[in-house]
Design a protein around this ligand. Structure first.
Ligand SMILES: NC(=O)c1ccc[n+]([C@@H]2O[C@H](COP(=O)([O-])OP(=O)(O)OC[C@H]3O[C@@H](n4cnc5c(N)ncnc54)[C@H](O)[C@@H]3O)[C@@H](O)[C@H]2O)c1
Length: 259
């Protein structure tokens, strides 16, 4: 059985899914290390968690050495048992015509390279421990192109490939790697993406998440998901019950993937 407390590193922990992941692990007695670009969002998440359970790290996931420094500091105090890679930004519905080189670079840099930046030092640490679980957050966008932007779709599809290769590389060390692919989840992603990407994105406010009729049409369960529903799947995949699951993509999307 899993013995608490585990050391859990969560990127994008200042809001939405990452904050919900922090809440579920902290509630179970694990130590959560929260990484986000936003200090103020991190402060409010830390304040919402049991006292002493969380440590905040204000770092941009695109800063390879900054992220490596955080990983090193956590590992120096013990181990990194779980990585939940949640940091990501959304580019509205920007298709090929609306996607500038600048927007492409920024979305790929955060969603894809930013994930590599975290996975690389964490995997090295987990290999030295001979244990660990990596759970990345992808999206239905990897399988259904229309509701998101070109760079976002591409980044999320690439994360599925990264997850499979991580499973191949890390299985022999007793480490599993999986990806949770949410559909529409009610979070602050539109506001935070607008804050981070500025006017590079034509309009982050459009999409399935802001259109109840479209949501009913596309999602068998006819509603958006909750961040806590995604977090519960992350928690399961990082636990003993999922120890023999690796390289998999689990959709938490109200049945959207079936359509
Ligand atoms: N909300 C949805 O409908 C939905 C659907 C599918 C997938 N996802 C994915 O779930 C993940 C979490 O999204 P969310 O909906 O909780 O969004 P959110 O905006 O509520 O939370 C994302 C957090 O990531 C942080 N972040 C963004 N760029 C960062 C960077 N460069 N460095 C460090 N931190 C950074 C933000 O500051 C924010 O606190 C993302 O990867 C997103 O693509 C979300």
């Amino acid at each position: 059985m899993t013995t608490a407390p585990r050391n859990v590193l969560i990127t994008g922990a200042g809001s939405g899914i990452g904050a919900a992941v922090a809440a579920i692990f902290a509630a179970q007695g694990d130590r959560v290390h929260l990484l986000d670009i936003s200090e103020s969002r991190l402060e409010s998440v830390v304040a919402s968690l049991p006292e002493g359970s969380a440590q905040a790290h204000v770092v941009d996931v695109t800063d390879y050495y900054g992220v490596a420094g955080v990983v090193e500091s956590i590992a120096a105090a013990g181990s990194i048992d779980v990585l939940a890679g949640c940091a990501g930004v959304f580019d509205g519905l920007a298709g090929i015509e609306q996607t500038s080189r600048e927007l492409w670079d920024r979305v790929i840099d955060i969603n894809l390279t930013g994930t590599f930046n975290v996975v690389k030092p964490v995997a090295q640490q987990m290999i030295s421990q001979g244990s660990g679980s990596i759970v990345l957050i992808g999206s239905i966008a990897a399988s259904r192109a229309l509701p998101d932007g070109l760079a976002y779709d591409t980044s999320k599809a690439a994360l599925e490939g990264m997850t499979r290769r991580l499973a191949v590389d890390l299985g022999r060390y007793g480490i599993n790697a999986n990806l949770v692919a949410p559909g529409v989840v009610e979070t602050g992603i539109r506001a935070t993406s607008e804050e981070i990407l500025g006017d590079m994105v034509p309009d982050t406010k459009v999409g399935v998440g802001t259109n109840p009729d479209l949501m009913k049409m596309l999602i068998p369960m006819q509603r958006g998901g909750l961040a806590s529903e995604v977090a519960a799947t992350v928690y399961f995949l990082a636990g003993d019950g999922a120890a023999y699951i690796s390289g998999d993509v689990i959709h938490v999307d109200g049945g959207w993937i079936a359509t």
